[in-house]
Design a binder for this molecule. Structure first.
Ligand code: HEM
Length: 163
């Protein structure tokens, strides 16, 4: 493997660690800890919302890096022949990974854009019952996103076994 391929694969893996690790950190550490910080639902929603917003600044960039470096990795991985993406087992594994990345992006951004802003507004206006109902859906889609991230990393590791 030439040096440039090595460096770009490292950037890809490092971005994946940041993106996947950070997403699980929010759900396994920040959200449960927020219940211990305050009983004020308005305040708690604001804290978690602001941390999520701050993390989103980095996830947008990290995701863009993952896609650009992923496309670069795919060139050598597919032996510089796009037909290998459809005609070989290793290419098809990569294809499933790319499709899951696409689905994950739609679910994650759809959830953030549709539910995120509404939940913050409802918390500000004190509409807690409505907010809890919407939050259940938002949590469901967040868990789907985490599940997809886990599946994407499993497929990323599976790609190794064809080399
Ligand atoms: C959320 C997005 C993504 C995550 C979390 C992710 C994760 C990873 C990880 C952890 C590896 C290292 C696997 C290993 O060395 O064992 C990897 C490798 C790779 N990824 Fe991604 N990836 C993402 C997006 C993409 C995209 C969009 C593409 C293609 C367009 C792609 C193509 C590849 C290729 C070709 C490899 C090299 C496989 C190898 O070294 O055998 N990835 N990815």
């Amino acid at each position: 493997m030439i040096l440039i391929d090595f460096i770009i694969l490292w950037i890809h893996v490092f971005s994946a660690i940041f993106f996947v690790g950070g997403s699980f950190f929010i759900w396994l550490v920040v959200v449960p800890a927020s219940f211990k910080i305050t009983d004020d639902e308005k305040m708690r929603t604001r804290i978690v919302g602001l941390i999520g917003k701050q993390f989103a600044l980095f996830t947008d960039i990290t995701l863009a890096i993952l896609i650009i470096t992923g496309i670069y990795n795919a060139t050598w991985y597919l032996d510089y022949d796009i037909s290998n993406l459809f005609d070989t087992a290793y290419g098809q594994t990569l294809l499933v990974k790319i499709i899951l990345v696409g689905v994950m992006i739609v679910v994650m951004y759809g959830n953030n854009i549709y539910h995120g802003k509404r939940i913050m507004a409802m918390a500000r206006e004190g509409r807690f019952d409505e907010m809890r109902r919407l939050r259940r859906w938002s949590h469901f889609f967040s868990y789907v996103t985490l599940g997809l991230l886990a599946a994407i990393t499993i497929l990323a590791v599976a790609l190794q076994f064809y080399l």
